[in-house]
Each structure stands twice: as structure tokens, then as C-alpha cells.
Design a protein around this ligand. Structure first.
Ligand code: G3D
Ligand code: MG
Length: 188
């Protein structure tokens, strides 16, 4: 069994989205992609028992700094990280805006909230408690991380991968159920 999941990383400019995706992956894929459609993605592979997954982790190419991210960035996304910077209050205040944006385009997908730059403890403005509180409000797991030291990065992507596999398995079971139901209706 193998899956490909499109994953998006959203949040204000400079919170460390590109740094997180680079930290988690080894391969840079299709270099000129950015030039043509304004995004770029990297691939991360996981194997859990007999299930192989590839996360296509899309980068925004910096569009969020200038304007809204174009909707094709969100299209077909199966999972999302919403990232803020623990030393930047504005980026934290925008978490809900990013959440709404993800929900608008891809309702119901697994999301993890990430407070990045945990290595900058002396410059911290947003406490872990505040992060936990907003995560509760938007009903998703929350972790602090550092793309710089690598703290929690692998764990976060692995957790998202597990959530995606679980969701896909559930959807498959639903499809199977409805097929059985359909065949019973036809038989009748
Ligand atoms: P973005 O893709 O969200 O816009 P980037 O953000 O990944 O480009 O990162 C923006 C800046 O923050 C970069 O610094 C990057 O090195 C830094 N950064 C990203 N993650 C971390 C982190 O975990 N800790 C620290 N200390 N810095 C981080 P520059 O100076 O290149 O702009
Ligand atoms: Mg970037």
C-alpha cells in the first residue's frame, strides 16, 4: 500500500516555513517549479509497517509576504502545518487567519500548529501556554520546534504523516462500506 499526500505549510513570512521543510527533507525537487507556478515542493518518505507514504511538502515561494497565497497552493492539500514564530507576536495573531484560509480551501484536513524558533528562548514573546490555548481553540495538536537545532521537526512531520494515514484508511473504509451498501441496494 502506498500513498502520496500533498502537505502545505502556512504562516506569515519569515516564521521559518522554508527552513522547516528543508530541515525535514533531503531532496529538492524540480528546481524550476517556482519560476512557473510560484511554488516548489520537497519530498519526505515514510514507511509504517507495509504502508509507504510520500509527503509532497509544498513551499509558498515567499508569496505570503506580498499578497494572499494563490488558491492552487491549497488545492488538493491533505494536511497542513500552521506555523508562527515564538518571538513574533504578529505571526501568532495571524494563526487564526491562516486557519480560516486552510479551512476555506481544504475543510477537515489534519492540521498541526507549530511554534517555531524555540531555540530563541531569550527573545520569546509567545508563551507555550498561549500556543496551547489557541491550538485548543482550533482543535489541533501543538508543538514548539526549531528548524535551526532540529528540535521536534522530525517528530512533527512524522505525527502529521500518521494523522494522514489514519484519515486515508478511514476514508477507504467509508468507501468500502458505501460500495457494500450500493451492491445490497442493487441486489434488492
Ligand atoms: P519563511 O519561509 O516562513 O518565510 P524562512 O521563513 O524559512 O525563510 O526563515 C526566515 C528566517 O528565520 C531565516 O533567517 C531563517 O534562517 C530563520 N529561521 C527559520 N527557522 C528558524 C529557527 O528555528 N530558529 C532561528 N533562530 N531562526 C530560524 P534569515 O536571516 O535568513 O532571514
Ligand atoms: Mg519561505
Amino acid at each position: 500500500m502506498s500513498y502520496i499526500f500533498k502537505v502545505i505549510i502556512v504562516g506569515d513570512g519569515s516564521v521559518g516555513k522554508t527552513a522547516l521543510s528543508l530541515r525535514c527533507t533531503t531532496k529538492v525537487f524540480v528546481e524550476n517549479y517556482k519560476v512557473t507556478i510560484g511554488v516548489d515542493f520537497r519530498i519526505k518518505r515514510y514507511t509504517i509497517e507495509d504502508i509507504q507514504t510520500r509527503l509532497f511538502i509544498w513551499d509558498t515561494g515567499g508569496q505570503e509576504r506580498f499578497t494572499n497565497i494563490r488558491s492552487h497552493y491549497f488545492q488538493g492539500a491533505r494536511g497542513a502545518l500552521i506555523v508562527y514564530d515564538i518571538t513574533n507576536e504578529g505571526s501568532f495573531k495571524n494563526v487564526k487567519k491562516w486557519y480560516q484560509e486552510v479551512k476555506k480551501h481544504s475543510a477537515g484536513i489534519p492540521i498541526i500548529l507549530v511554534g517555531n524558533k524555540s531555540d530563541l528562548e531569550e527573545a520569546r514573546i509567545i508563551s507555550s501556554k498561549e500556543g496551547e490555548k489557541i491550538a485548543k481553540e482550533i482543535d489541533c495538536p501543538f508543538f514548539e520546534a526549531s528548524a535551526k537545532t532540529g528540535e521536534n521537526v522530525e517528530f512533527i512531520f512524522r505525527t502529521l504523516n500518521n494523522m494522514l494515514v489514519e484519515q486515508a484508511q478511514k476514508n477507504k473504509a467509508k468507501i468500502r462500506e458505501s460500495k457494500v451498501r450500493d451492491s445490497l441496494m442493487i441486489d434488492r
